[in-house]
Design a protein around this ligand. Sequence first.
Ligand code: MSP
Length: 511
Amino acid sequence: MIHKNFYITTPIYYPSGKPHMGHAYSSILADVFARFKRNDNYKVHFLTGTDEHGLKIQRAAEKNNLDPLTYCNKISKIFKDLTKKLNLSNDDFIRTTEKRHYKSVNDIWNRLVKSGDIYLSKYKGWYSVSDEAYYNSDEIIEKNKKKFSTFSGSTVEWVEEDSFFFKLSTWEKKLLEFYDKNEKFILPISRRNEVINFVKSGLKDLSVSRTSFTWGIKVPNNNKHVIYVWLDALINYLSALNFPNTNDKLYKNFWPASLHVIGKDILRFHAIYWPAFLLAADVEPPTRIFSHGWILSGEKKMSKSRGNILNPLEIIKTYGIDELRYYLMKEVPHGSDGSISLKNLENCINSDLANNYGNLCQRVFSFIKNNCGNKVSKRKNISDSDKKLMEQTKKLTKDLRNEMDKQNLNNYIKSVINISFLTNKYINDEEPWKLKKNNTEKMNNILHIALEQIVKISILLNPIIPEKSSKVLDALNINTKLRNLAFLDGKNVIDDEIKIKKLDILFKKTT
Ligand code: MSP
């Protein structure tokens, strides 16, 4: 079998506080794409991790009376544990304090020096420690004698120090050409336009080293400077593939990255700085940056400093991980902000999971258990209503790969849950319970079709609700080799006798 490769990453998280729903959202989104591609027979490498250098982390460590590395060890572990709680299928977890990362950062730095893209000067300007970002004077406002970034709202401080600069200004034209040639490099389109307009308005050279603190990777052969944390952090995507060893199997198989999933607040770093650094270092840029919106609580971004956090761990404890995954993926509109609340979460669990997909599985399973001795024989013929359901299903599945390739999960979920709805309707219309006495062959046929539908729906929902969908497929005795998307191409059809096992209640109604 020919495998296609797919390398997908989450942003690496600052271990400056506990993980929250925004982090969970970025990670689950990437996990859904990773799982979908695996189910579609891709060889997938899925990376996540923690971004551990810079002033923000140094200050967080000081506040906790710990040296930075001890502090990072502690918080990075919390993020690593979270990958299990969110049921992420990541193949690797990288920390920027690891040796493999230092090696690759050093190499990129040396390449940038060699290509003549780095020079020494002095930085004078505004810096936000919370964003680890430099801002121009026209991006600053003053409120109550404090200065803030208009872009993120975070406070900025004045910085004046010796610094190495990256000649970003010389990459303006080449970046625009690159965006032009790679129309889908940035999705959604609205974000692409935003980036192009920003680049067109002119790029200034970028300060890529700091001298006023020490927590970072030292500039090669210069102990006074530490490398700017964003240059350091972005390179994690290469370090995890054992760059600079370009002969390494991981690098060969998986670079350029297929998809960096990020939030809109870090678009500039990924869509402008990252390809510029890579082009300058003579490394191919990634294929796609997908920028998602923010999780809002009411109208505001959910964040620690605003104190409006819905804690993902508490939600998982009360409602379950698949429930949270499904809700987040369904509720946040493609590429835009999404407001979440407990009330909407409960509505979503009840309407889509408990009453629709859950009910479909439960009613079919218990009917078969009570009336057919836990098995349904091979189906004999196809009626007009069977055909109609199959056609409807085919239509709804036609574009699903495409929707995933555009990272449009909302359309994907809508279609799949609609198949479940139509299957419930089919059962209501066909009324198999009325055939128990006089037409068991037709009854068997209807049940077989219903089970085939459940298999398809469960495979399609698997990237989003891996735990519950696997329970259903296990209870249907579906061989793991058949749990892939081949049926979308008319292959791997389940047309034999199906034996079922006990299926416990999948989703509890919340009210
Ligand atoms: N360390 C950088 C990323 C470096 S990648 C080379 C960083 N870390 S972060 O911990 O602050 O944020 C990581 C991700 O979480 C970002 O994609 C950000 O958009 C996302 N979220 C943080 N709060 C969020 C919401 N309230 N909603 C959705 N996602 C948000 O940035």
